[in-house]
Ligand binder design. Sequence first.
Ligand code: HEM
Length: 339
Amino acid sequence: MRTAPAKLETFRDDFTYTNSKEAIERFPFPFPEDEYAYSVNIEPHTLPGPAGSVNEFLFDIDEHYLSEMAERDLVLKENPKRCLAMPHMEPACWDFIDRAMTTMSADYPDYFKLEKNGDQWHWQNLLLKLDDTFTFGDSSTLPCPPMEYMGRQVQGDIALLDQRDGDLFLDAGIVTCPADWSLAFDAGMSFKEWHGPVPMAHEMGVFDRALKYLTAIPVDRPVRRLNWTLTVNARMDTSPETYPMWGAENRSVTPENVGEKVYLRVELQVLDRMARSNALMFSIRTYLISMDDLVTNKDWARRMHRVMKNLPEPLIDYKGLTHYHQILVDWLAKYDPVN
Ligand code: HEM
């Protein structure tokens, strides 16, 4: 079932973020097997997906919409460089506006409305109480640059990738809830350059095969994959820029608080070819679930234990789990009958 946008929650300080029962039920649990290894886990994102699921629409709007948009505003106020677009990405930014407004107004008619009269567009976001008329393609008619304007209205981070010379380049984006990477640092990098720090996957040929797949994606044939990590506290913004605010929290996990402090952080990543610019839109929709909520599903609890127990050392290190990985494995063991 789809959950309607709810009251404001926080992803910092007092961390009031919680998931409803329905949000837990639709959580995209990412492990199909008891062992996890990197792979080219890309599949067609056929739309509409199952009703109410996170895969139903191109942009998933759920009960955390208002809270995530408020959190994005805080991050952008602290550091406007969390949103950028190189000048040659202007057409791609307008493609993003077109794709987002067209699909969101069709998929959520109670929340978003779009009227087009030639290049005069009228957009209403009833959730954020926005009512704007602008000339499509003319940035001077928007209240802020197009990447930021639309990025402030969709849940999850967005990267727009320019495609040239058979490669992808990270030339625009809005990234306020990353799993420990920086848009400002990666800007302008190629596919293998920005994936440089990832262990094991390069040697396995994962990125060679993924890049071939991605550069061949046609218009209207989006694909998706899930990525995951763990986060201490329900903190959306785990970026290198704010590391001093959250790095030490990794040492705060104890056998007593692991259930409430450790969150599984899942990214639903969708890749969608932009029609005019030929850029790829890469959306990273982040879902957080506490271990206490996760173990309410017995199958997930058992599998989580096995995946964590079998996780290769280089991944424990890369994902930043070193300080609390063993505490978590020990805590999860009680949910695994084979243990
Ligand atoms: C084209 C759009 C994509 C973008 C913009 C992107 C971006 C990133 C970034 C910034 C990181 C973090 C690297 C770091 O530690 O600094 C990352 C990690 C990773 N990416 Fe991608 N990626 C993309 C597509 C893919 C695809 C299609 C795959 C499929 C195999 C993939 C596999 C991975 C893996 C396995 C990691 C490590 C994640 C972890 O263990 O937590 N990426 N990606």
